[in-house]
Design a protein around this ligand. Structure first.
Ligand code: NDP
Length: 313
């Protein structure tokens, strides 16, 4: 089988990947985009998106990703519904392999593989995350629980941030922390403690999320005393961390200690020339569709500039 060679290869099909594709196609880089095993990324499991500019009436996540995909296709992006399973960034051109073991060479690679929320693994959590009531993003879904009591699981900065965000919308926010201390930074812990409507349940884990067609309560268990308590809630937010999808790059690309790709300041350049990273794979801070799209644009512009500098275009 002959080895294909492309100027620009994009890995990932969330807002970052498709935005990079739109810009790269319009710049005549003839990009090839590999969608990965969950085409559309995390937005495919979101219901209504109301905070993406340009959709005044909101849009559901899968519809929005369909729009992104169509826009990239319209300018000629070659979209392939396959996974990239291996890369070799030791020299030039960069080499990647698909799941069907096809080897592809590329002058530039844009990594937009995103991150995945971690879940507790309860059956009830799965049931309600498919149908509403359980979410891993307060900024995306918190608005739907305005005026209702909710819970947030986790004791890190994300959980603290989500609890604080929800405390401005909901009468009571129950925070479930599995130890007797939080992992969150001191400043975030202080903010949580100073909010009267956030109740922290220490040493507490989720036993079950209760409800028939919608969430009505949760049963929590104190892991020191084994005492179980039922608390009425309408929304259950899981904030126990995200896992960036960067495992296949770790041999070549500098990652932080959690696995996010490190990029140069004000840039999407990685430590490897001609390899750029955008979206949630390199952003532990904002993780929004609109910021992912913004860095996707940056990656494509930087790839174009790089190809010009090395004389390929
Ligand atoms: P973290 O890994 O920092 O925290 C995860 C939290 O979830 C911990 O309290 C952990 O408990 C808890 N947890 C993990 N698994 C379970 C489980 N199965 N059941 C119950 N609880 C569980 O993740 P974050 O997403 O909070 O933060 C990731 C990184 O992003 C951090 O470096 C953070 O500082 C940064 N960040 C910074 C922000 C800011 O500066 N504004 C905002 C958000 C994130 P335990 O402690 O017991 O392990």
């Amino acid at each position: 089988m002959s080895i294909q060679h492309h100027k620009c290869l994009i890995i990932g099909s969330g807002p970052a990947g498709y935005t990079a594709a739109v810009y790269a196609s319009r710049a005549n880089l003839s990009p090839v985009l590999y969608t990965g095993k969950e085409p559309g990324g995390q937005l495919m499991i979101t219901t209504d998106v109301e905070n993406y500019p340009g959709y005044p009436d909101g849009v559901n996540g899968p519809q929005m990703m369909d729009d992104f995909q169509k826009q990239a296709a319209r300018f000629g992006t070659d979209i392939r519904y396959e996974m990239i399973t291996k890369v070799d960034f030791s020299g030039k051109p960069h080499k990647v392999w698909t799941e069907s073991d096809e080897e592809i060479h590329a002058d530039t690679v844009i990594i937009a593989t995103g991150a995945s929320a971690k879940w507790l693994g309860l059956e009830s959590e799965k049931k309600f995350s498919d149908n509403g009531g359980v979410s891993a993003c307060a900024v995306c879904d918190g608005f739907f629980y305005k005026g209702m009591d909710v819970a947030v699981v986790g004791g890190g900065d994300t959980a603290a941030e989500e609890a604080l965000y929800l405390s401005n919308l909901c009468p009571t926010v129950h925070m479930l922390v599995r130890r007797d201390e939080m992992r969150a930074s001191q400043i975030m812990q202080n903010r949580v403690k100073n909010k009267e409507n956030i109740i922290v349940h220490w040493n507490s884990e989720t036993d079950e999320i209760l409800g028939d067609t919608e969430v009505e309560a949760m049963r929590i268990v104190n892991n020191k005393t084994n005492e179980k308590t039922e608390i009425p809630i309408k929304g259950f937010f899981v904030a126990i961390g995200h896992k960036p999808n960067t495992g296949i790059f770790k041999e070549w690309i500098t990652l932080d200690d959690v696995g996010y790709i490190k990029t140069a300041a004000d840039s999407t350049k990685t430590n490897v020339e001609g390899v750029f990273a955008c979206g949630d794979a390199q952003d532990s801070m904002y993780r929004q569709a609109v910021t992912a799209a913004g860095t996707g644009c940056m990656s494509a512009l930087e790839a174009e500039r790089y190809l010009g500098e090395v004389g390929i275009i």
